[in-house]
Ligand binder design. Structure first.
Ligand code: HPA
Length: 279
């Protein structure tokens, strides 16, 4: 597939704002309300960034923002494209490569997920400690990127320090922040109860259809990654009824203020941590 160079996209972004954040945040379902906390410097439609596709799923806007959360300069991506929409992995992860080319060093990925762990409830949040890639594709497959490793170490995909900031932010935001392993499927069908039983045995605490491709590419590019899920439903066979996208959206709506606070407090703690490191 012929995508523009991520350097070209990053150069375009630099023309749009004088801000040079080191933290970028990708908003998934349940987290878009964070935009209400953002002091916007500039909003750019994905359609205007070379290589960025327009997301097709409702609830995923397709806009990139420069702004501040509290005093922290951030880049915020509202909406992502998913593998299940039919995009190649290269396109799914193009925005991540662009962020790295721009000079972002730390990335917070957010998503909606189904809870597998029996202690989870709909409306909980979960900080990712690790993941299982069950998508049937690896985002690094294909021609080798110049100056980037071919074989990427994923021993510590999700950065401990950033995760600690998530927990601190969770406390301040007074919300239930669980921790666990996120298993990524390609979707878009939800899972069968038998699949969920199998995933539980494999060690998964939650299941979703995003995040893993971005996290893997971010690690290849040397970014520090943190990720958090909003547990919007109990996975198939764990809860009582059937699953629906409506239920996912309803829980996301119910938890939107908590999700927004979590992100804002995380961004503030991130800045404090950076200032401490520079002392
Ligand atoms: N399965 C997969 N993806 C999801 C789910 C789920 O139960 N809930 C939200 N995203």
């Amino acid at each position: 597939m012929d995508l523009p160079n991520s350097q070209t996209a990053a150069a375009r972004l630099k023309k749009n704002s004088p801000l040079r954040p080191t933290l970028a945040i990708v908003l998934g379902s349940g987290f878009h309300h964070a935009l209400t906390e953002l002091r916007v410097d500039k909003k750019i439609s994905y359609a205007k960034i070379p290589g960025f596709p327009k997301p097709t799923v409702s609830g995923h806007a397709g806009e990139l923002y420069f702004g501040h959360l509290g005093r922290t300069p951030v880049m915020v991506l509202s909406g992502r494209v998913h593998f299940y929409e039919g995009h190649e992995m290269e396109r799914v992860t193009f925005a991540t490569r662009t962020l790295a080319a721009f000079g972002i060093t730390d990335l917070l990925l957010t998503n909606a997920a189904g809870g597998i762990n029996k202690n989870f409830r709909a409306g909980d949040f979960m900080a990712l400690t690790d993941h299982i890639n069950f998508m049937g594709a690896n985002p690094l497959r294909g021609p080798q990127y110049k100056n980037l490793p071919r074989f990427v170490d994923l021993t510590e995909t999700y950065d401990k320090k950033l995760r600690e900031r998530l927990f601190q932010a969770g406390k301040i935001s007074k919300l239930k922040l669980q921790r666990g392993v996120y298993l990524a499927v390609s979707g878009p069908s939800y899972e069968t109860p038998a699949e969920i039983r199998a995933f539980a045995r494999l060690g998964a605490d939650a299941v979703g259809m995003s995040t893993v491709p971005e996290a893997v590419v971010a690690r290849q590019c040397g970014l520090n990654v943190a990720a958090v899920s909003c547990i919007t439903n109990l996975a198939a066979g764990i809860g009582k009824g059937n699953l629906s996208h409506t239920e996912v959206l309803e829980t996301a709506e119910r938890m939107k203020k908590s999700g927004a606070q979590l992100i804002k407090n995380f961004a503030e703690l991130y800045l404090k941590g950076r200032m401490k490191n520079e002392e």
